[in-house]
Design a protein around this ligand. Structure first.
Ligand code: GUN
Ligand code: FE
Length: 432
């Protein structure tokens, strides 16, 4: 199966912060993406590639558009879809008041499947083709999610929450049951098609040391699986961890002690880190999910992207829905820009869109599979519409160069800007 898409086209080859800007991306004004059997076969100038295509190749032309790799969301909770925009609280009270009661419903597999389907629809509408996803404590929540993903052959990573203290009884597992449930889910789902498993302790306050040790055992016993959790999001949370783990050096050490750091470990937030924690994240090649809409919504704080960059720590963007306020990575870039403004840092649209695509892939150790249009990679891509609203169309008409256009996309764009989403060469969302 051969198909081709003609459009302006942009993808990243490296981190714009680590190489000269013009070497970090490829932009082709009149480009062609050639897809064969769900993978990128070629990318280049339309004029050069069109004559090489056989007559049976299906050609689609996207006018006034920008074709890009699908967005990658490195931290999101599918069960929290229905409680996005929950008023008035910061992290710990928000969990008690809204999150735990919502997550209780996922003991019902049919309910979980309904929400998983709605969640995936929202993700694809927003142009996100890969995400690192929290389930709930219920094993069935992860079965429901992966079944929904498998139906559309999406590349997704998810896991069952492990949580054996400091939450309502109805949401608690035990160190032993979380180990055996997670192990069964790994055996069933990890590596099945495009799906991967993430061992998912919620955060240190809701796990005993014994459970964190079990999470570490799972990570050692199952090479290739991920570890996904929260770290240093809120000042009261950090203080609570110090009380709960008096024998650990710092918050990160509560995970490190059980062997939970590494190349496939992703820590959401990382706002209030101590120097030693930054260094240890770097040393272990652990990744960070930067979640600006959530961090502003819960009043958590401002992430120091420049610190992560200085330490060469992999960073991806996360929406963190339902504490995050949008599924859109474009809206997430909008708020990332403002968070960094408040810190006196600048986020260029090149760096921002790198983080939303190849940077996310790198953080998830998937840069050899997704994230850009190198030949052989999975053909997950989106079509952005430069005229998605009257204001965007007008503002785009005033843009002098690519830099400005990309910045306008990341300030004014949202799900309306995503006219199509394609996963492994198949269309999975069409706006019109
Ligand atoms: N920390 C522990 N659980 C959660 C959660 O569900 N959302 C956020 N934002 N932080 C958390
Ligand atoms: Fe979260």
């Amino acid at each position: 199966m051969l198909s081709a898409h003609r459009s302006s086209l942009l993808h990243f080859l490296a981190d714009p912060a680590s190489v000269p800007l013009d070497q970090s991306y490829q932009y082709i004004e009149d480009g062609l993406l050639v897809v064969e059997d769900g993978r990128v076969k070629a990318v280049g100038e339309a004029q050069q590639l069109l004559p090489t295509l056989p007559p049976q190749c299906q050609l689609t032309t996207h006018k006034n558009s920008l074709l890009m790799p699908g967005f990658i969301d490195t931290h999101i909770h599918y069960p929290q879809t229905e409680m996005i925009a929950a008023y008035g609280e910061q992290l710990l009270q928000w969990l008690e008041k809204y999150t735990f009661p919502t997550e209780q419903q996922f003991s019902d597999p049919a309910y979980a499947r309904d929400i998983a389907d709605r969640f995936l629809k929202e993700l694809l509408r927003a142009g996100t083709t890969t995400a690192l996803v929290f389930g709930t404590v219920h094993k069935a929540s992860v079965d429901a999610f992966f079944e929904a993903c498998e139906q559309q052959n999406l590349r997704m990573i998810a896991g069952k929450v492990m949580m054996d203290r400091n939450a309502p009884d109805y949401l608690l597992d035990t160190a032993e049951s979380s180990y055996s449930d997670s192990r069964e889910l790994i055996e069933k789902w990890h590596g099945r098609g495009r799906l991967r498993y993430a061992i998912t302790p919620r955060f240190s306050p809701t796990s005993t040391d014994r459970q964190l040790a079990k999470a570490g055992q799972l990570l050692r016993e199952n090479p290739g699986v991920y570890m996904h959790t929260h770290l240093s999001e809120n000042q009261n949370e950090v203080a609570w961890v110090k009380e709960l783990f008096p024998e650990r050096k710092n918050y990160l050490d509560s995970y490190d002690h059980s062997g939970l750091l590494g190349r496939r470990s992703v820590f959401a937030h990382c706002i209030h880190l101590e120097d030693e924690e930054w260094d240890r994240l770097a040393e272990t090649q652990s990744g960070i999910a930067f979640c600006p809409t959530s961090n502003l919504f819960l009043g958590s704080g401002l992430f120091a992207l420049s610190q992560a960059q200085e330490k060469s720590i992999n960073v991806g963007l996360g929406t963190d829905v339902g504490a995050g306020t949008s599924f859109s990575m474009l809206q997430t870039l909008n708020e990332a820009y403002k968070v960094l403004q408040l810190r006196g840092e600048q986020l260029s649209p090149f760096k921002g869109l790198y983080l939303a695509t190849l940077g996310g892939a790198q953080t998830l150790d998937l840069a050899d599979t997704i994230g850009n249009f190198e030949s052989g990679k999975e053909a997950d891509f989106i079509v952005l519409d430069k005229a998605s609203t009257p204001l965007m169309e007008f503002r785009m008409s005033k843009c002098k160069d690519l830099f400005e256009q990309l910045f306008v996309f990341s300030m004014l764009g949202d799900d309306r800007a995503v006219s199509q989403t394609w996963s492994a060469g198949k269309q999975v969302h069409c706006r019109d």
